[in-house]
Write a protein that binds this ligand. Structure first.
Ligand code: PDD
Length: 280
């Protein structure tokens, strides 16, 4: 069953627990992680923890709970839920304090939710997705997994309203990433994606793609590309912990990618990713 955790308590998902003067609610003053559980085991948990503590440090938030305590809580949440395949959101905010911009001295809040795994629209992985290119209007610290997601939400909503699966951001003429995913192209049997910088979130699945590419002998090139290069690519695909590897076959109003069907590299990467998540 779905469950939540709030500052030391395990509660029903719909139990009202957040005080109004919670800084996550008032300001989006916090960071988060999303991770997936396969067969009762959280996938790449260490990497998610690394990113959570890194994001927190970058907004000058001291989590206070040790990494071991937080890890134990994740496992306890999984155990109590009884779910084998689930989605976990973990948020750390600057806590509960009267609304005022300067940092409070109160301790941070830690919240988590666990729910049965999200499933992709049926057949999407077989048919491939359509994306919409939009200007990247986010701030200059996109490497921080911050709770402030308004530009991402606005872009995703615009894409969804145009029947597209994802919005792909373009900043200064270069493709950065999706509103909630990383973006890659395949050209001449090499995978290319935006380098790690303040302009993208360093995806955990991106790390897995790099390792799978190395294992498969496919070059992994970290170099930004233009929308024109995206359209001329043999294949394009998206990754995130929720969607895993999803091929992109169309760019709204621009044209078709490659043959218009999911390509062999995207499909091979998804096969390898499934093997990683199941055979542990
Ligand atoms: N989002 N880029 C952005 C902007 C994201 O929001 C995400 C993930 C990714 C991929 O990261 P990862 O491979 O670690 O899932 C890239 C999650 C799924 C979310 O916000 O729900």
């Amino acid at each position: 069953m779905s469950l939540a955790y709030f500052n030391g308590r395990y509660v029903a998902l719909d139990e009202p627990v957040l005080p109004i003067e919670e800084r996550g609610h008032q300001f989006g003053d916090g960071v988060y992680e999303f991770l997936r559980v396969y067969g009762g085991r959280p996938f790449m948990l260490e990497e998610h923890m690394d990113r959570l503590y890194r994001s927190a440090a970058l907004i000058r938030l001291e989590i206070q709970m040790s990494r071991e305590e937080l890890t134990d809580t994740v496992y306890e949440l999984i155990r109590r839920s009884g779910l084998a395949d689930s989605d976990i959101y973990l948020q750390v905010t600057r806590g509960i304090a009267p609304r005022n911009h300067p940092f409070p001295t109160t301790p941070p809040s830690v919240t988590m939710t666990i729910k049965p795994s999200y499933t992709l629209p049926p057949k999407l992985r077989d048919t491939g997705a359509e994306v919409l290119l939009l200007p990247d209007e986010r701030w200059m610290n996109c490497h921080i997994k911050s709770l402030n997601l308004l530009p991402n939400l606005l872009a995703k909503q615009t894409a969804v309203e145009q029947s597209c699966f994802e919005a792909v951001f373009v900043r200064d003429g270069m493709v950065t990433e999706g509103s909630s995913s990383n973006v890659y192209l395949v050209r001449d049997d090499a995978i290319q994606t935006h380098p790690l910088s303040n302009l993208i979130l360093g995806g955990i699945v991106r790390q897995a793609v790099r390792r799978m590419a190395d294992a498969a002998g496919i070059p992994f090139v970290e170099e930004a590309f233009t929308p024109a290069q995206l359209l001329e690519a043999d294949e394009v695909f998206l990754t995130s912990s929720g969607i895993e590897v999803v091929p992109v076959v169309k760019v709204r109003g621009e044209g078709i990618i490659g043959s218009g069907s999911p390509g062999p590299v995207s499909q091979e990467l998804h096969r390898r990713y499934s093997a990683l998540t199941t055979a542990r």
